[in-house]
Write a protein that binds this ligand. Sequence first.
Ligand code: SF4
Length: 200
Amino acid sequence: MPKPLVKSVSTNYCVLSTNNLSISEKAELPDAVRLFYFRERNVSKNILVSACLLGENVKYSGGNNFSSKLTALLRRYDVNIIPICPEVLGGLPIPRLPAEIIAADIIDCNGQSVLAEFQRGADAVLQRAKQTHCRIAVLKENSPSCGSRFIYDGTFSGTLIEGEGLTTQLLRRHHIEVFSELNLAELENRLKKEYQDEEK
Ligand code: SF4
C-alpha cells in the first residue's frame, strides 16, 4: 500500500494528503493516522458507507454495487466518507461464496457457517464507527451484513424477506442510524436536519 504523504505535522493536527490512495486503501489506514486525518475535518460529517456502493470491488463476486445517486448526494453534503466492508474486515476473501442468514446462523452456499467471520466484521465496523464518531451509516440493501430492510430468505433462490443484516443489527443496537442506497430521500432529510441543527 502506498504511504500517505504527510504534508505538515503540529502538536494538534497532522495534515495528510490521501489523494493518491484508493477508497479501500484509505479504509485500511492505521487508526491513528485515520483519526489524525479526520481530526482536522468536522467529525459530525463522518458517515460510514458500504465500500461496494462506492465502487470498490469487495462484493462476494469480486464486483461492486456503485451508486452514482448516492455518491452525488454525499458529495452535495460534503460528508466525510468512512468506507467499510464488514465481510472483508471479518477476514473473508474476495471473491467468496454467497452467504445468507438462516435462523441464528449465516451459511454459505456450500453449507458452511461463516457466522464467526460476519460477527468479527460487524464488531470491526462498530469499533470504526466509535473511533470516527459516526452517527449515520449508508449500507447496501439486501446483504446478510449490510441489509437494513430486506435480506435474502436463506434458500439461495433470490427471494427477499424483511430483515436486517448482522452489521446493521449491531450498529442499530448502538444507536447508529442505518440507511440504504434505496432510501436516499430519507437519508437526505436526515442530512439536512443534522446540518441545520449544527448551524443553530
Ligand atoms: S459486506 Fe456490505 S460492504 Fe461488503 S460487499 Fe457486502 S454489502 Fe458491500
